[in-house]
Design a protein. Structure first.
Length: 603
């Protein structure tokens, strides 16, 4: 195979928020508005890219299906309550529609093969279209060995096999555009199958389309179980679907995002690999699923965490791989141009070696929410939680990297609060689970010692606010969790003062907030507003009796969603551009929790 001429596509990169997400709950594809799959890692979220144009440039491969001349779509949407994406273009006097999805299950079982189904259909007139199939494996853009079989084109890289079949049959040559005509009433269906160390299963395109329709019904049944009384229900359902699509089904571990190195500062070096599992982010998602009547998702995560932490218990690492193993060492990918010239492109994540005290609080709080839902912890899970609480009593005085993973440890007030929460929730669980009196007293003493230190060293009376770290005048938007903890009364001037100070001094305009003063993290460059913080502000306002303000802020945040209702991690306040890895689990989990807080707030 030769690479051939690269497809002619616009020079400006697709905005991050314009990408659609396809997922089979094992990996995910990002699809541009021109019909190009510009990101797909196989066989898992954290695998090597098969199509990597998003950050690797044209040499990294793409799979575009759409109009011959790339054009912005006139309509783009997910079919209601499904993971099926529809993109429609106006071409001449007709309309061309691409309907696509990744099929997750058949008969209640995960497919052994990743299966992407893409169908082009024309309305009003025949329409010229193009198929650009250019798979390149890994950071070196390795080209495959090619075989043409009766059932379609097969590309092979060792143990990885990829097949492309179509109906009507297409003579696709990898690396070169294939022009086709789509007639009304005669759609063109393409099926991409990926197998790794498994036999490649051939699914005839018509049968694959039926599988897509059956998968739609499964997702509709799943969403139908979500509380009908939720405010902003359609937006909440889309976020919950996104969270589920980003949960790796074989282990039930939620990935932070399906991408690496999408920049927080375009053109800069704030580019990180998020294709791993942060217990903190996952725990927030657990609480969200429990609150909308989805206990199976919560139970799956706790079971995974129990398995993942077993080798390092009682210490809780900041992040894991999808299978609960140690995250690879952070490294730079040479030669990759990055998104909008943002280099280096990275794999692995150095935060895996950090001490982050707050993670213990989030995880034990999730376990407590599980108990509150009437589901006692089994003995092994309770043993793990007890071990986590013991670690907090031993190390809470130490400086840590904090929730924002700064490179220089400090005495972060938010971390201390979450350490307090870990012990408070562990003691609450102990009301219905066995615990020795000696251990109970030790936890209580440590909890009170943490509280005294936070109130004496972490509060600035002149600002009437808790601060980012001991002795610092800076604020931290993570402190918006205060009303959720019962650390202080929600009517306390300390709580209300902290909320108002953060809203004022960390404002990025409108509903947007910076997570801390921009650039104050020891790294070069700057960053955008941090989207989860705005949803935490909604939650804080709702919890402190300011429901009207919370609703207004929530509605304003909905205006900042991408065209498909998806959110990245950050947003440029000046341009409205989404920044960072996408879509982001933490942002969508925070959106759900904000809506739940509005639901539960007094009218």
């Amino acid at each position: 195979m030769t690479g051939g001429p690269h497809p002619a596509r616009p020079g400006d990169p697709t905005p991050i928020s314009d990408y659609g997400l396809l997922s089979d709950t094992r990996t995910a594809a990002l699809v541009a508005g021109d019909g190009g799959i510009d990101w797909l890692c196989v066989p898992r979220f954290d695998g090597e890219p098969l199509f990597g144009r998003l950050i690797g440039g044209p040499d990294a491969g793409t799979f575009r299906v759409g109009p011959t001349e790339p054009a912005p779509p006139v309509e783009r949407r997910y079919r209601q309550h499904t993971a099926t994406l529809e993109t429609t273009w106006a071409v001449g006097g007709g309309r061309l529609t691409l309907t696509e999805a990744m099929v997750a299950e058949v008969g209640g079982r995960l497919l052994p093969t990743t299966l992407i189904v893409r169908r082009l259909s024309a309305q009003n007139a025949p329409i010229d279209a193009v198929v650009e199939f250019d798979p390149r494996r890994g950071e070196h853009h390795r080209l495959p060995q090619i075989q043409r079989r009766p059932q379609g084109l097969v590309c092979q890289w060792g143990s990885l096999a990829v097949s492309l079949a179509g109906t009507p049959e297409l003579a696709v040559e990898p690396g070169r555009p294939t022009r086709i005509t789509v007639d009304p009433g005669r759609p063109v269906t393409l099926v991409l199958a990926v197998a790794h160390r498994e036999p490649l299963i051939h699914v005839e395109p018509g049968a694959a389309w039926d599988l897509l329709l059956a998968d739609e019904q499964r997702w509709r049944a799943w969403t139908a179980e979500i509380d009908e009384s939720l405010p902003f229900r359609e937006h909440v359902v889309r976020s919950l679907l996104t969270l589920r699509l980003l949960t790796y089904s074989p282990s039930r571990a939620p990935v932070a995002a399906p991408t690496t190195s999408l920049p927080e500062d375009p053109g800069g070096e704030r580019n990180w690999d998020y294709r791993y599992v942060w217990p903190r982010d996952a725990s927030i998602g657990v609480s969200a699923f429990l609150s909308v009547g989805k206990p199976e998702e919560a139970h799956g995560f706790l079971a995974w965490l129990l398995h993942a932490s077993r080798l390092q218990r009682p210490r809780l690492p900041a992040l894991f791989t999808l299978y609960g193993r140690t995250v690879p060492r952070e490294r730079e990918v040479p030669g990759w141009p990055g998104y909008r010239g943002s280099v280096p492109v990275r794999t692995g994540n150095a935060a895996a070696g950090q001490h982050q005290l707050d993670g213990y609080g989030w995880v034990i709080d999730a376990a407590w929410a599980f108990v509150q839902a009437g589901r006692p912890l089994n003995s092994e899970t309770w043993r793990a939680v007890r071990g986590f609480a013991d670690v907090v009593t031993q190390c809470w005085r130490e400086p840590d990297a904090g929730i924002w993973e700064v490179r220089e440890p400090a005495q972060h007030v938010h971390s201390k609060l979450m350490g307090w929460l870990a012990l408070d929730r562990a003691l609450a669980i102990a009301e219905t689970h066995p615990l020795s009196e000696r251990r109970r007293r030790h936890w209580q003493e440590s909890r009170e010692a943490i509280a005294v230190e936070i109130r004496t060293r972490g509060f600035d009376p002149s600002a009437v606010s808790y601060v980012r770290s001991y002795g610092s005048p800076e604020l931290d938007a993570a402190l918006l969790v205060l009303p959720l903890l019962n650390f202080d009364s929600i009517d306390s001037p300390r709580v209300r003062g902290t909320i108002d100070a953060i809203r004022d001094r960390l404002s990025a305009g409108g509903p947007l907030l910076y997570r801390y003063p921009p650039g104050r993290d020891g790294l070069p460059g700057t960053e955008g507003a941090f989207l989860p913080c705005s949803f935490w502000l909604v939650q804080a306002l709702a919890r402190t009796g300011r429901r009207v303000e919370a609703v207004e802020l929530f509605q304003a945040m909905l205006d900042h969603a991408g065209p498909l209702g998806l959110y990245a991690e950050e947003l440029d306040p000046a341009t409205g551009a989404h920044l960072g890895n996408y879509p982001q689990t933490l942002t969508h989990a925070a959106l759900v929790q904000a809506a739940l807080a509005i639901r539960d707030a007094p009218a």
